[in-house]
Write a protein that binds this ligand. Structure first.
Ligand SMILES: *Cc1c(COP(=O)(O)O)cnc(C)c1O
Length: 491
């Protein structure tokens, strides 16, 4: 299996694609083809067996037994035997809980696995340099990457997060991180600024050369890395298998997935599952007020020229959605020149437009919607009152957008709603759906517990009283310097 860059250039092996993170042409790596997988294979073995089957199909050069060991090691840190359990909310709606890993958000599904894939890929490519992983985070990727790569030999990690742009629990998780190879810095800017800064560092040959002299090479743990995307395909299959096993659907029956979307990585994994033969009717893309994707799916025009809103579903506060580029590559029938043209227009004018035929193609599979902050709070409250299920703001965005989609279209297809974070990760906002919340996140979490009865995860209560070790803040312009200093020393 070879991997093509969305912006052209030489194909790479899976291992090369994972080590590099991004292609030399600045494009993202996509598989040459989508292996077809019978959806019902792996039922008996549950999550780990399905994970093995899905990932092996994309990593043919990786030894089967080694892959199995890596998968077992990655998911033993999850606190549920199903890894990503499915909870029935109503006759038609099922919640897929993706947050049973160590950092309480769905990023763990990929970032507990990526370090294993990275080490195996380093061995396969014969890379001897230390891999320096740069991460821009809207809140959850940072902690998950720090936790995943902590003390992993041959790697070091630096996370940039938007100063004042993450929840208190998210901030604490990052600044209290322990480990000898981890580093965290806040950036004065929003997530898009931080992500653009990191991409510019990746694109700089000067930085690459200076690091190379010191025996260091950069890579990415953001969802531009194919190794991030791959583990996420798995839970589309396992949730489908669970629906069949519990008699909710007939084998082969189509289902919808509704996904709270930021960088388009999670929902794109659903599109890959569909291309691999999973019976999917619609992939519903849910956004908050940062609704650039909703407009795109309706009009075919991607227009990033708009105000950025900070919302309580902050992990999807994004205006430049990186992984959309992989979908564009398919819409362009893999014409990398056309992708380069669109991406050039996005960089130059902040916008690009699809042809009518590409838009029609897109609408066959995708639907999109967005909701306000009031809608989010109202949904958290209403679902809890009706069902006793407590959801986080991102899951509530998906729930609200799904309900409107179902009402508008009359679509009665069974739907899986992807729940991307534990509600306690956003305790203050979630409590605000019930009563005015105070300033102290931990007091709010306690109050939420007595109000809802939902258990506080151990990793959350453990944040109490841990020393804050990483309090550095830098300006956007200083990001390159911040990357180089730990390697080259102060200049
Ligand atoms: C990262 C994240 C998302 C968005 O995922 P993408 O792959 O960027 O679309 C949604 N919810 C939570 C809680 C997240 O951490």
């Amino acid at each position: 299996m070879r991997y093509l860059s969305t912006r052209g250039g030489d194909p790479a092996s899976a291992a090369e694609a994972i080590v590099r993170g991004i292609s030399p042409s600045g494009g993202l790596y996509v598989p040459e083809s989508y292996p077809i997988i019978e959806w019902n294979n792996g039922v008996r073995g549950g999550y780990l067996a399905t994970a093995h089957r899905v990932m092996q199909a994309y990593l043919p050069e990786t030894d089967s037994a080694e892959l199995q060991t890596m998968i077992a090691a990655a998911y033993k840190s999850f606190d549920h035997p199903d890894v990503t359990p499915l909870v029935k909310l109503s006759e038609r709606e099922h919640i897929l809980e993706l947050w049973h890993g160590p950092t309480m958000a769905f990023k763990d599904v990929a970032l507990q696995m990526l370090p294993h894939l990275m080490c195996s890929s380093l061995r396969q490519t014969g890379e001897t340099k230390q891999v320096y992983i740069l991460v821009a985070t809207s809140g959850d990727t940072g902690k998950a990457a720090l936790e995943g790569f902590r003390d992993v030999e041959g790697t070091r990690v630096l996370v940039f997060y938007p100063f004042g742009g993450v929840s208190e629990a998210q901030r604490l998780q990052m600044v209290t991180q322990e480990g000898t190879n981890v580093d965290v810095c806040a950036v004065r800017g929003n997530f898009d600024d931080a992500q653009t800064g990191v991409k510019q560092i990746f694109a700089s040959t000067e930085i690459a050369e200076r690091l190379s002299k010191e025996g260091v090479r950069l890579s990415s743990a953001n969802s531009i890395n194919f190794g991030r995307l791959l583990p996420q395909i798995v839970y589309y299959f396992t949730s489908y298998q669970q629906l069949v096993a519990s008699g909710e659907i007939q084998p082969g029956e189509k289902v919808n997935f509704c996904v709270p979307t930021g960088n388009f990585g999670d929902i794109l994994a659903g599109e890959y599952a569909r291309r691999m033969g999973l019976p999917i009717n619609k992939l519903i893309c849910a956004s908050n007020r940062n609704n650039v994707l909703t407009d795109f799916f309706e009009s075919g025009v991607y227009d990033g020229n708009r105000s950025f809103f900070q919302s309580m579903s902050c992990s999807i506060d994004i205006l430049i959605s990186s992984n959309l580029e992989r979908l564009l590559f398919e819409l362009a029938h893999r014409d990398d020149a056309l992708v380069r043209k669109w991406m050039g227009e996005l960089k130059g004018k902040g916008m690009y437009a699809l042809s009518q035929s590409a838009l029609d193609e897109l609408k066959k599979t995708f639907s999109a919607g967005w909701c306000t902050e009031e809608d989010t709070l109202g949904t958290i409250r209403r679902i809890f009152d009706q069902t006793g299920y407590l959801m986080d703001p991102h899951t509530a965005v998906a729930q609200c957008v799904y309900e409107r989609y179902a009402a508008k279209t009359g679509d009665k297809t069974k739907t899986v709603l992807l729940s991307t974070a534990n509600p306690y990760k956003f305790a203050s906002d979630v409590l605000g759906a019930f009563e005015p919340a105070g300033k102290d996140d931990f007091a709010n979490a306690d109050r939420l517990k007595s109000l809802s009865g939902a258990p506080i995860p151990k990793s959350m209560s453990e944040l109490f009283g841990k020393p804050e070790r990483h309090l550095d803040v830098c300006d956007l312009a200083d990001m390159p310097k911040r990357v180089l200093t730990p390697i080259l020393g102060k200049q």
